[in-house]
Unconditional design. Structure first.
Ligand SMILES: N[C@@H](CCC(=O)N[C@@H](CS)C(=O)NCC(=O)O)C(=O)O
Length: 316
C-alpha cells in the first residue's frame, strides 16, 4: 500500500475496516476561472499538471486537453508506471525541463512543498499554479470541468453543453460509485461480503449503461461529452486489467455489444488514441498493487499486442 502524508510526514495508511475500500476525499478544491480578475484566471502556460498515464482519473483530464486542443496550454510532469512504497515516482526520462517546476523524485515532495503540514493521500492528478506554488486541485472531476469551462474557444467542443447538463450529471452519478470507483472497491475488497456487494453494483451499473448505449451513440446523445471522458478510461482498462487483476470475471466488455461498439467509437475520435498506453497501464496495475498480486506476474492479456489496433480499426 502506498503511504500518505500525516502532518507533512510520510506514514503508512491506516488499515481500512470491514474489508471495504474507501477512497479518501480530495484535499484541494479550488478553481481556475474564465474571469480575468479571479485568483486563478484561465491563462495559457501558467498551470502545471502532475499526471499518470495509468490512472483512469488522470486519463479523463488528459482527454479534456486532447479533445479541446489544449495540450500546449499546460505543462505536465508524468509519473513512472510502477508505484513505490513511497507512492508515485516522477518519471525522469520524460521530465519537461522547460516547465519551470522543481525536478522532484517523488510526488509527495510536491505536496510537502505546497503545504508543509499536509495530511492526506498523495494522489494524481494534481493541478498546480506555477505563479504562487499553490496546489489548486487534486479532484479530477473538478479539473476536467474547470478546464472545459474556463478555457473557452469557439473552435473547440463544449464538453458540458447547457442543454445536456442535467443528463450528463445524472449519468455521471450512475457511473461514479458503481463503475469508476466500483472496480477498485471490487478489486481491493478483503471480505466476501464487501466483494459481493461491490461486484453486483458494478454489473448492475454496466447493464444500465449498456441499455443507454443501445439507443445513443455516446452517453448523453450523438456527441461525446464530459461523462464519456469519465467512462472511457475505466472501460478501456476493463478487459486488459480489471477482469483478472480485480477478479471481475462475470462478463467482459467484449460480452456487451453496445459497450464494445462505444469503446471502439470513442477510441476513433481524433487525438484519443495518442492518450492510450496499454503496456504502461498493465505494468502499473500488475506491478504496483503487490498486496493483491504478490508475485508481480503480468498475465498474457486478451489479444496481446493488438488491443489498440483492434480498438482503432477503421480509424479515419
Ligand atoms: N478523487 C480523486 C482520486 C484520485 C486517485 O485516487 N488517484 C489514484 C491513482 S488512480 C492515486 O493517486 N492513488 C494513490 C493513493 O491513493 O495513495 C480524483 O478523482 O482525482
Amino acid at each position: 500500500m502506498p503511504k500518505m502524508l500525516i502532518n507533512g510526514i510520510l506514514r503508512d495508511k491506516p488499515v481500512q475496516s470491514e474489508g471495504c475500500f474507501h477512497r479518501l476525499p480530495s484535499s484541494f478544491r479550488s478553481w481556475i476561472s474564465s474571469d480575468a480578475e479571479a485568483d486563478f484566471p484561465a491563462t495559457s502556460g501558467r498551470y502545471h499538471l502532475y499526471l499518470s498515464k495509468a490512472c483512469p482519473w488522470c486519463h479523463g483530464v488528459e482527454l479534456v486537453l486532447a479533445l479541446k486542443g489544449l495540450r500546449e496550454a499546460f505543462s505536465i510532469t508524468w509519473m513512472d508506471s510502477v508505484m513505490s512504497e513511497d507512492g508515485w515516482v516522477i518519471n525522469q526520462s520524460d521530465f519537461d525541463e522547460s516547465a519551470s517546476v522543481p525536478r522532484d523524485r517523488y510526488l509527495y515532495q510536491v505536496y510537502q512543498r505546497a503545504v508543509p503540514s499536509h495530511t492526506g493521500a498523495i494522489t494524481v492528478p494534481v493541478l498546480l499554479d506555477k505563479h504562487s506554488g499553490q496546489i489548486i486541485s487534486t479532484e479530477s472531476a473538478d479539473i476536467m470541468r474547470m478546464i472545459d469551462t474556463a478555457f473557452v474557444d469557439a473552435a473547440s467542443p463544449d464538453l458540458y453543453p447547457a442543454e445536456f447538463a442535467a443528463e450528463i450529471d445524472r449519468l455521471a452519478e450512475i457511473i461514479q460509485a458503481p463503475i469508476r470507483n466500483g472496480v477498485y472497491r471490487v478489486g481491493f475488497a478483503t471480505t466476501q461480503e464487501a466483494y459481493d456487494e461491490a461486484i453486483h453494483q458494478l454489473y448492475a451499473g454496466l447493464d444500465t449503461v449498456e441499455a443507454v448505449l443501445n439507443t445513443r451513440r455516446f452517453l448523453a446523445g450523438a456527441m461525446p461529452t464530459e461523462v464519456d471522458l469519465k467512462l472511457f478510461p475505466t472501460l478501456l482498462r476493463f478487459d486488459p486489467v480489471y477482469v483478472t487483476h480485480f477478479k471481475i470475471d462475470r462478463n467482459r466488455i467484449t460480452d456487451y455489444p453496445a459497450l464494445s461498439r462505444y469503446l471502439a467509437d470513442f477510441a476513433r475520435i481524433p487525438d484519443v488514441v495518442e492518450t492510450i498506453d496499454l503496456q504502461h497501464i498493465r505494468a502499473h496495475y500488475f506491478l504496483s498493487h503487490r498486496h493483491i498480486n504478490p508475485s508481480g506476474i503480468i498475465p498474457i492479456g486478451p489479444n496481446p499486442g493488438n488491443i489498440i489496433a483492434d480498438l482503432t480499426k477503421g480509424a479515419a
